[in-house]
Ligand binder design. Structure first.
Ligand code: HDE
Length: 702
C-alpha cells in the first residue's frame, strides 16, 4: 500500500493466497495431521471415537460449506481486470479514477444469469448481469448493470412480485431458469410497464454468444458531479470490443445439455489463453437543465435515451486479464451494491435505483453471514478502512484502543471526518419539495412507445426471432387467458407483431391496431449494426477422418489462427489420423465429445477417403447440417464439398470443378486445386459476419 493507503488489488490479495506446497496438512488450529483417511476408532472394526478432533472439525466444516445463493443472479462467472480512462472527465465528474489516462484502476467483474439457481445452465433465455467493482483510490465504486438497458418494473416495491413470478413455480419448483411459464406471463401481461423489457427479453439479446460479446448498461440515469459541484445526468454503457453477438434459441437449448457451463467456460478459457476480454465504457451525458427535454422521464428505468438523440461518448476501456483463484472465495463472496459510490458519482430519484440502494446491503447481510463481509478479500477496498464499527460475526480486524465512538477525546478525536476538499463524499444538493404520497408520476405512464421503437429498429431476421420467442414462451403457458392478454399488450406495440404471435399460439388475432405505429427507429438497437470485423476467439471445427488432405488442414489452421480464431480438428475417434500423403495428424477431440453447437463454424477439408467416411457418418453429417441450421459459416475444400452435397442443404449453390470459389449464404466451397487459400479467406470473412440469416433454415431438421 502507498502512503495514501491505496494499492494494487493483486498485491493486496497475494499474501492471502494459500500455498499448499509450503508445508504439511494441518487442522484449522495449525496442528499437523498424520492421517486424514481413517477416523480414530476402537480396534480396526470398532466404533468411531468422539475424541477424533480432526474428524469432527473436517466434517463440521464440510457441513457448513454452503451459504445461501443469491436470490437472483445466483449463477455467475467472475474475472479481475483493469480499467483505464481515455481522457480526463474532470469537466463532468471529480471521480478520481476518471481523471487520468495514465492511471489503471483494478476491477472485479461478475457476469450472471438472473432467474436460474447456482447449478442452472448458462444458455437460458434471460437477462445477464454485468456487475463491475472498481477498486479506486477513493474507495470501491460498483456499477451493477445488466446486458439490457431497461428493466421490467418502474418501482422497486414491485421487485419481489416480479422475482416470484419468474422463478420456478412455488408448488412444484418447475421450471428451472425459464420465463416460459404461466406465473411469469401472468404477471407481465398484467403489468404494462414490463412491455419494453419483454421486447428485449424475447430478442436475441437474451442469448449472448459469450459474456465477452455482450453489451452492458447501468440502466438508471445516474449523476456525475464535478469539482465545482455541477451535476450532469449520465447513462453508462459497456461495449464489447469483439462486437455484440448472440446464439439462436434452438442452439441454446441444445448447449444447455451439451455444455451447461458454456458462457462460464468461454470466459475462463479466453482469459487463460491470454485473449483478454475488453469492453469500452461509454457515457450518455445530459446537462441538468435538459432534464425535461425528452418525451419520457429520465428517472423512468423502462426507458432508454436513444443513441441517435444523445450519442454514447467512449470514455475508457476495461480489460479482464485474470481468472479468480477460487470460485467461492471470489466470485461467490463478491458483494456488489449500487450504493458503493465514490465522490463525483451520485444517484437520481429513479424509484428503482432508490430501492436497490436499500436491497443489496440487506441481502448481503444474510447471504454473507453478518456485517463484516466488506473485509472479505474480494470485497476489501485498496484504500485504508477506519471507522468505529465493531464486532459482529467474522470480524477479522483487531481494533486497538478504548474509544469506538465519535466524538471522542480519549482517542484524540480519531478517526476524524474529512472535508470535501480532502476527498470526503458529499451528497449532491438537490431541492426536493412535495407531499408524502404513494403514486407514480404521470411522466412514467407511456409503456409502449419505446417497445415500438425497439420493434421498428430490428432487422427482419431479428423480428422473426422475436415472434418465434413470443410463440415459444406463450405456447408454454397453460392458461389461455394469459396468452390472450399478452397478445392484447403486443397489439399496443405493433399490430403485425401481435397478429403473428397470436397466429402461432392459437389465439384470435386482434381485429385492429390500438394506435398507429409511430414509425420511429433507433438503428443502434439492432444487432445487425454490431461491428463484424474479426474472427478473434471464434471456435472453428475442422472435421476429418483417415485420408484427410493434410495440406488443407494446415492452410485452414494457419490462416484462421493468424486471425485469432481457435481451430480444432475433430475426428470420429481421438488420437491420430492418417493424412492422404501418408503422414499423421493429431486429433484435438473426438466428435462425440463435442457438438457443432459448441463451435462458431465448421469446415470439411479435402481428401477422398476422409470425405467418404464423413459423408457416411451420421454424427459428422449432423455437425454440418446443424451448423447450417443455426446460420453458421461452413467451408468445404476439394472432396469435402461432397459431404455438403450429400446433405442437400436448401437453396445453396456448391462449387463444381472449374468454378473456383463459390460463396453462397455463408457456405464457402471450392474443389479446384490451388484454391484452398482463397476458400479460407472467404470463409474467414463469413465467420466474422457471425451468422447468415438468409438461409431457409426451417427446412433443415433440428
Ligand atoms: Fe439487482 N439484485 N435488483 N438489479 N442485481 C441483486 O443482490 C434488486 C436490478 C443486478 O453479480 C441482489 O447481492 C432490486 C436492476 C446484478 O453479485 C439483490 C431491484 C439491475 C446483480 C438485488 C433490482 C440489477 C444483482 C441479489 C429492483 C441492472 C448481481 C444478490 C429495484 C441495472 C450482482 C445480491 C452480482 C443482484 C436487488 C433490479 C443488476 C436482491 C431490489 C435494474 C448484476 O439485492
Amino acid at each position: 500500500m502507498s502512503a495514501d493507503g491505496s494499492g494494487d488489488k493483486q498485491e493486496q490479495l497475494d499474501p492471502l493466497r494459500d500455498r499448499p506446497e509450503d508445508g504439511p496438512l494441518t487442522t484449522n488450529t495449525g496442528t499437523r495431521v498424520a492421517d486424514t483417511d481413517n477416523s480414530l476408532r476402537v480396534g480396526e472394526r470398532g466404533p468411531t471415537l468422539l475424541e477424533d478432533f480432526h474428524f469432527r472439525e473436517k466434517i463440521t466444516h464440510f457441513d457448513h460449506e454452503r451459504i445461501p445463493e443469491r436470490v437472483v443472479h445466483a449463477r455467475g462467472a467472475g474475472a479481475y481486470g483493469v480499467f483505464r480512462p481515455y481522457e480526463s472527465l474532470a469537466e463532468f465528474t471529480r471521480a478520481d479514477f476518471l481523471q487520468d489516462p495514465e492511471r489503471e484502476t483494478p476491477v472485479f467483474v461478475r457476469f450472471s444469469t438472473v432467474a436460474g439457481s447456482r447449478g442452472s445452465a448458462d444458455t437460458v433465455r434471460d437477462v445477464r448481469g454485468f456487475a463491475v467493482k472498481f477498486y479506486t483510490r477513493e474507495g470501491n465504486y460498483d456499477l451493477v448493470g445488466n446486458n439490457m438497458p431497461v428493466f421490467f418494473i418502474q418501482d422497486a416495491i414491485k421487485f419481489p412480485d416480479f422475482v416470484h413470478a419468474v422463478k420456478p413455480e412455488p408448488h412444484n419448483e418447475i421450471p428451472q431458469a425459464q420465463s416460459a411459464h404461466d406465473t411469469f406471463w401472468d404477471f407481465v401481461s398484467l403489468q404494462p410497464e414490463s412491455t419494453h423489457m419483454l421486447m428485449w427479453l424475447m430478442s436475441d439479446r437474451a442469448l449472448p454468444r459469450s459474456y465477452r460479446m455482450m453489451q452492458g448498461f447501468g440502466v438508471h440515469t445516474f449523476r456525475f458531479v464535478n469539482a465545482e459541484g455541477r451535476g450532469t445526468f449520465v447513462k453508462f454503457h459497456w461495449k464489447p470490443v469483439l462486437g455484440t453477438h448472440s446464439l439462436v434459441w434452438e442452439e441454446c437449448q441444445t448447449i444447455a445439455g451439451k455444455d451447461p457451463d458454456f458462457n462460464r467456460r468461454d470466459l475462463w478459457e479466453a482469459i487463460e489463453a491470454g485473449d483478454f476480454p475488453e469492453f469500452e465504457l461509454g457515457v450518455q451525458l445530459v446537462p441538468e437543465e435538459d432534464e425535461f427535454r425528452f418525451d419520457f422521464d429520465l428517472l423512468d428505468p423502462t426507458k432508454i435515451i436513444p443513441e441517435e438523440t444523445v450519442p454514447v461518448r467512449p470514455v475508457g476501456r476495461m480489460t479482464l486479464n485474470r481468472n479468480p483463484d477460487n470460485f467461492f472465495a471470489e466470485t461467490e463472496q463478491v458483494a456488489f451494491h449500487t450504493a458503493h459510490v465514490v465522490p463525483g458519482i451520485d444517484f437520481t430519484n429513479d424509484p428503482l435505483l432508490q430501492g436497490r440502494n436499500f436491497s443489496y446491503l440487506d441481502t448481503q447481510l444474510i447471504r454473507l453471514g453478518g456485517p463484516n463481509f466488506q473485509q472479505l478479500p474480494v470485497n476489501a477496498p485498496v484504500t485504508t478502512v477506519r471507522n468505529n464499527q465493531r464486532d459482529g460475526y467474522g470480524q477479522h480486524r483487531v481494533h486497538p484502543g478504548r474509544a469506538a465512538y465519535s466524538p471522542n477525546s480519549l482517542a484524540g478525536g480519531c478517526p476524524a471526518t474529512a472535508s470535501e476538499a480532502a476527498g470526503a463524499y458529499v451528497h449532491h444538493q438537490e431541492r426536493v419539495d412535495g407531499v408524502k404520497i404513494r403514486r407514480r408520476s404521470e411522466s412514467f405512464a407511456d409503456h409502449y412507445s419505446q417497445a415500438t421503437l425497439f420493434w421498428n429498429s430490428m432487422a427482419d431476421w431479428e423480428k422473426e426471432h422475436i415472434v418465434a420467442a413470443f410463440r415459444f414462451e406463450l405456447g408454454k403457458v397453460g392458461d389461455r387467458r394469459i396468452r390472450e392478454r399478452q397478445v392484447d399488450r403486443l397489439n399496443h406495440v405493433d399490430h403485425a407483431l401481435a397478429t403473428r404471435v397470436a397466429e402461432g399460439i392459437g389465439v384470435a388475432p386482434p381485429k385492429a391496431p390500438v394506435t398507429e405505429n409511430h414509425g420511429r427507429t433507433s438503428p443502434a438497437l439492432s444487432l445487425a449494426e454490431s461491428p463484424a470485423e474479426t474472427i478473434a476467439t471464434r471456435r472453428i471445427a475442422v472435421l476429418a477422418a483417415d485420408g484427410v488432405d493434410g495440406t488443407d488442414v494446415e492452410t485452414l489452421r494457419s490462416a484462421l489462427t493468424d486471425g485469432g480464431a481457435i481451430v480444432e480438428v475433430l475426428a470420429p475417434r481421438d488420437g491420430e489420423i492418417r493424412t492422404a500423403d501418408g503422414g499423421t495428424l493429431t486429433v484435438d477431440r473426438a466428435m462425440s465429445t463435442m457438438a457443432s453447437v459448441l463451435y462458431d463454424a465448421v469446415c470439411v477439408p479435402g481428401g477422398e477417403d476422409s470425405a467418404r467416411a464423413l459423408g457416411e457418418d451420421g454424427l459428422a453429417r449432423h455437425y454440418v447440417a446443424e451448423a447450417f441450421k443455426h446460420g453458421k459459416s461452413i467451408a468445404a475444400l476439394g472432396a469435402g464439398v461432397e459431404v455438403l452435397r450429400g446433405l442437400n442443404l436448401p437453396d445453396v449453390r456448391l462449387a463444381e470443378d472449374g468454378d473456383g470459389v463459390v460463396d453462397d449464404l455463408g457456405v464457402v466451397s471450392g474443389t479446384d486445386d490451388g484454391k484452398a487459400a482463397t476458400v479460407v479467406a472467404a470463409f474467414a470473412d463469413a465467420v466474422a459476419y457471425h451468422r447468415h440469416w438468409a438461409r431457409d433454415s426451417d427446412r433443415v431438421p433440428g
